[in-house]
Ligand binder design. Structure first.
Ligand code: HSE
Length: 453
């Protein structure tokens, strides 16, 4: 066989030539951007050793240029125009850490249209506009990486997309919002009510000054949307997630759950069933002996149940400057390795190739089936048997009926743990119970998640 001497040496020459740095443009330089800079500077030799090339910051867009200058140091262009970063001819990859879903969508789509890879920590952007963004990225052959968008220090996207690629995933469930976990931990440990615990979270900088995305469960729903797509190969379904936050949760229920051997956690749950997927964020009772019940303070914990690997669990900080920077840089290392490869050879954006995504429907709330906790205010301690008898007459599966520990200011409360019951049946039963003369106030219901392997 004849080998052209020039051509046959070409691959060898390119293997030996030093690869030029991956050139990065960053949009936004708040807490996450600053953490990314610090970690990149501190660990540059290790990072380049892993990436196979240096990672070089070229340009940063910031609202406050004076503040940004103090973070980025010399030799990096600063601009107040994010689109300049998105379209910059010397940039290979745009890191979007500004947040929001309006302008950020335009910047990311502009970067993609100009052939840039994108790394983002913006879960709201991807949960809401991800379908459009990933389609554009496929069209232009670029990567969109987002490990920092979900439970930052936990490499859960990599675990689902790559580590568990052999498995049929049955469910993913976890504590994926640090602010609400801090609040719930305070309510349990110190007996604080919701408002007092939220004030502490705000004072410590965990909660945003407008904490509604955290406490209403929306931030967790954004993350759950991304987890479910990667776990099950389904499209992004943020609008279909059933979302309940913790603002209405009473300290009394935290204490009553404790009495029954449970702790209340804000859980994101994505569960595959024969007929579709349950996608929900809600405060739920978790057995106090379960590992998930011991994920406290602002930490995150995620469990995955997979058919071959079994149950795996991941624990780590869900927020923080360098913690998020760590995930952003891990994505930059991936991009440094994949840049120049054929798109078809890369890990797909949502774990499954676009033509292999399924049409699994999201099940309506009425179809969700779990055990439940009920707290039933009654006219006196003697009503426990009456409540138990009524539940039996309605054929509700009941595991336990107990009188709540005496709290004089609260009046008598009957606590009930049911077996698995479909939400529509539970709602009907609770409506009837509420109207019964033995009931003295609003019946409270919460889901129970056993998270059994
Ligand atoms: N507000 C989020 C949390 C920050 O509390 O988890 C990271 O997404």
């Amino acid at each position: 066989m004849y080998l052209d001497p020039v051509q046959s040496f070409e691959p060898l020459r390119s293997r030996c030539a030093p690869i030029r740095p991956l050139r990065v443009g960053m949009i936004g330089i708040g807490t996450v951007g600053a953490g990314t800079f610090r970690v990149l500077a501190r660990n540059q030799a290790d990072i380049a050793g892993r990436a196979g090339r240096a990672i070089e910051m070229v340009i940063v867009a910031a609202r406050n240029l004076a503040r940004a200058a103090g973070i980025v140091g010399e030799g990096i262009e600063l601009t107040d125009d994010p689109l300049r970063v998105a379209m910059h001819p010397d940039v290979d990859v745009v890191v979007e850490v500004a947040g929001g879903t309006g302008p950020a969508r335009d910047w990311v789509l502009a970067a993609i249209a100009h052939g840039k890879h994108v790394v983002t920590a913006n879960k709201a952007l991807l949960a809401v506009h991800g379908t459009e963004i990933f389609a554009a990225a496929r069209q232009h052959g670029v990567a969109v990486a987002y490990e920092a968008a979900v439970a930052v220090s936990i490499p859960i996207i990599k675990a689902l997309r790559e580590g568990l690629a052999a498995n049929r995933i049955e469910w993913v469930a976890g504590i994926i919002n640090g602010t609400t976990n801090f609040i719930l931990s305070k309510m349990r440990d110190e007996g604080l009510d919701f408002a007092a615990a939220l004030a502490q979270a705000q004072a410590l900088g965990y909660a945003e000054s407008d904490p509604s995305f955290d406490i209403e469960g929306i931030d967790a729903a954004h993350k759950l949307t991304l987890l479910a797509a990667n776990a099950f190969g389904m499209p992004l379904h943020f609008a279909d997630v059933q979302i309940e936050g913790i603002a209405a949760l009473q300290g009394l229920d935290v204490a009553c759950a404790e009495q029954l051997g449970f702790r209340i956690k804000l859980l994101g749950v994505a569960r595959r069933r024969e007929d579709g997927v349950e996608l929900r964020v809600q405060p739920a009772l978790v057995p106090a002996t379960h590992l998930m019940a011991h994920v406290n303070g602002s930490m995150n914990g995620i469990m995955v149940k997979a058919d071959a690997a079994g149950v795996t669990m991941y624990y780590g900080a869900g927020a923080g400057s360098e913690q998020t920077g760590s995930a952003v840089i891990a994505d930059l290392v991936d991009v440094a390795r994949l840049d120049g490869t054929r798109a078809a050879q890369r890990v797909p954006h949502l774990g499954f190739h676009a033509d292999a995504m399924n049409g699994l429907p999201v099940l309506p709330r009425a179809a969700v089936c779990t055990p439940h906790y009920l707290r039933v205010p009654v006219h006196g301690a003697g009503q426990v048997e009456a409540v138990a008898a009524w539940l039996a007459s309605e054929k509700l599966p009941v595991r336990q009926v107990a009188l709540a520990a005496d709290r004089p200011a609260m009046g008598a409360q009957v606590l009930v743990l049911t077996g698995p019951v479909v939400q529509s049946a539970l709602d009907r039963a609770v409506r009837m119970l509420q109207a019964h003369p033995m009931v003295a106030g609003a019946v409270t219901t919460l889901r129970v998640e056993e998270l059994a392997g």
